[in-house]
Design a protein around this ligand. Structure first.
Ligand code: FAD
Length: 512
């Protein structure tokens, strides 16, 4: 129950403690744990909770080595636990090293700051302080010597070796090592600027900078900024680098054999009309079909969805015509109830000028296995394209597309867990959207939140890892740096999205 009433939810990448799991989570854990004891009525805790959530998102890749935990001491059922740990003020944060024993009450972890990067570094320092209880999943964080690098290169196990050159006080190398912790086929080490022989041998002049060893040679990693996020982005996206203990990415020729349809070659940096039309087919003919009778609230949802499709679908004229016919038909309905079959007849009533193509032909939304990507991928794509089209239209209302999406997802989207998460985000901030441009950016940033939450999840296609999007190689200008930390350049993101999802950029390969 505290999970629902406290300051955090299951989707925050934070482990929520309750009397049933406190022992199994805190004691004998193979990861170190940083535990926030808070009280949901304490204003300071409320103010601190976004910091804790951001820290959890920022260090989500570090989980096997160090994980974030929270417990609401205001909840009746948790009182005993909080008393046991001697909690007197809120929030109190404690560090439990890996394999803590049952009598452990944790070490102090001061939180005098709201600065996520400071707290992140403090997590590293605490792991380093408890050397004798090193989390087994945590790679070495100390600087490597030339001898160690040489022996790494001699051992046949290393496919890719990334070296972060930096000064002793820099945390960048350790952060990148932890960011890559859950990825295979790559080893990351840090080397100090004082490691003269290596530094001069490789002619390293900038600290930090990152060098990649592959195929017998070292070359400097090309990044827009010499900073943690950019190294991690680049390394996680190298072709052979994959998430640990996930199915290895299947070679493309094998994918062609495992998916039920022939594999369609595509460019990952484009939107395909075939995905958008497949989204329409699936939502209108398959997802809706399970509602034999569409009554009041659902009918409103359907009307608003079809109305934004009719106005903004950036598609072929024949498809737009069919959507406009369907919209006019829905608007002409007198009854407050609709039999789905009569709507289906309208959709299927193709003429020379108006048609909604049948069937699914995924292209950019193909997955490496039959259960990956497809429809949900195409729905994101569709709604991004709709917000972008509405932003170019003169007669659109700022929240029109977002609210239509919200209500469609709530009433009809088959993934109920997705729907409730999306509704949660909508309730939080959708009504703050005041312009069409804000609508485009709202959907972009919420989609990135979902990506953040699902990175490493079983639903992630290992061939299409969930990243904060667009990556620097797709839009270099979208990324900047502020005080050493990654920062999004929102005006650039907006113009990138306006271009990427625009009608003129959508490719029409594989259309029927
Ligand atoms: P997707 O996330 O589907 O993205 C599709 C494409 O959009 C990407 O390939 C990329 O080109 C582009 N893109 C990626 N990020 C952005 C961005 N920030 N802005 C603009 N374009 C971007 N699955 C769950 O398991 N749990 C959930 O709670 C959940 N909630 C969902 C809510 C909604 C509304 C939707 C539509 C889907 C939800 N899903 C959820 C499904 C999940 O988000 C993915 O759609 C699915 O896992 C397929 O992922 P994908 O790799 O194809 O990329």
């Amino acid at each position: 129950p505290s999970a629902e009433t406290g300051l955090y939810s299951q989707s925050d990448q934070i482990v929520l403690l309750n009397p049933d799991n406190v022992e199994s989570v805190l004691f004998n854990s193979s990861a170190a744990l940083v535990v926030e004891f808070y009280a949901s009525w304490c204003g300071h805790c409320v103010a601190f909770s976004p910091v804790w959530k951001n820290l959890a998102m920022d260090t989500k890749e570090w989980k096997p080595a160090v994980d974030l935990v929270a417990i609401d001491c205001a909840a009746e059922e948790n009182r005993k636990t909080c008393v046991h740990f001697g909690i007197r003020g809120y929030p109190t944060v404690k560090f439990f090293h890996a394999y803590s024993e049952k009598d452990s009450t944790g070490a102090s972890f001061p939180v005098h700051t709201q600065d996520v990067s400071h707290l992140r570094r403090q997590m590293i320092s605490m792991i380093e302080k408890h050397k004798e209880h090193w989390p087994p999943a945590c790679p070495p964080l100390e600087a490597a010597s030339k001898a160690e690098i040489d022996s790494l290169l001699e051992s046949s196990g290393v496919e890719l070796l990334a070296l972060v050159f930096e000064t002793a006080s820099s945390y960048v190398g350790r952060e990148v090592i932890l960011d890559l912790l859950q990825f295979d086929n790559i080893t990351v080490r840090r080397v100090l600027n004082t490691e003269d022989e290596l530094v001069s041998k490789m002619a390293v002049t900038d600290f930090p900078s990152c060098y990649l060893y592959q195929g017998g040679n070292f070359s400097r990693l090309n990044v827009p900024f010499e900073a943690r996020t950019f190294y991690s982005y680049a390394l996680q996206r190298l072709p052979r680098v994959v998430r640990t203990s996930r199915p290895k990415p299947v070679a493309l020729d094998l994918i062609r054999n495992v998916t039920e349809h022939p594999w369609r070659e595509f460019n990952r940096t484009n939107v395909y009309m075939s995905d958008l039309e497949s989204a329409l087919h699936f939502s209108l003919r398959v997802e809706l079909a399970s509602h034999a009778t569409i009554n009041k609230g659902a009918l409103t949802a359907l009307k608003r969805y079809v109305s934004v499709l009719a106005k903004y679908f950036p598609g072929r004229p024949v498809v737009r015509n069919l959507l406009q016919t369907a919209n006019a038909w829905l608007n002409g309905l007198q009854d407050s109830e609709l039999q789905y079959n009569s709507f289906l007849e309208v959709l299927n009533n193709a003429t020379e000028d108006a048609v909604l193509p049948h069937g699914e032909r995924w292209v950019g939304c193909q997955g490496s296995q039959p259960h990956f990507r497809k429809y949900p991928c195409s729905m994101w794509t569709l709604f991004h394209a709709l917000t972008v089209a509405a932003n170019s239209a003169s007669d659109s209302r700022p929240q029109e597309v977002l609210q239509a999406m919200r209500i469609y997802v709530k009433k009809f989207f088959g993934c109920h867990e997705c729907a409730s998460h999306f509704e949660g985000m909508a309730q939080e901030s959708m009504n703050q959207v005041k312009t069409q441009s804000e609508a485009v950016l709202w959907l972009w940033s919420r989609h990135n939140r979902v990506n953040n939450r699902l990175a490493g999840d079983l639903s992630e296609d290992p061939n299409f890892p969930k990243i904060q999007w667009p990556p620097p190689e797709l839009c270099p200008k979208c990324h900047g740096i502020d005080n050493g930390e990654h920062s999004w350049q929102e005006p650039e993101v907006l113009s990138f999205l306006m271009d990427y999802y625009s009608y003129s950029k959508i490719l029409d390969n594989y259309l029927q």
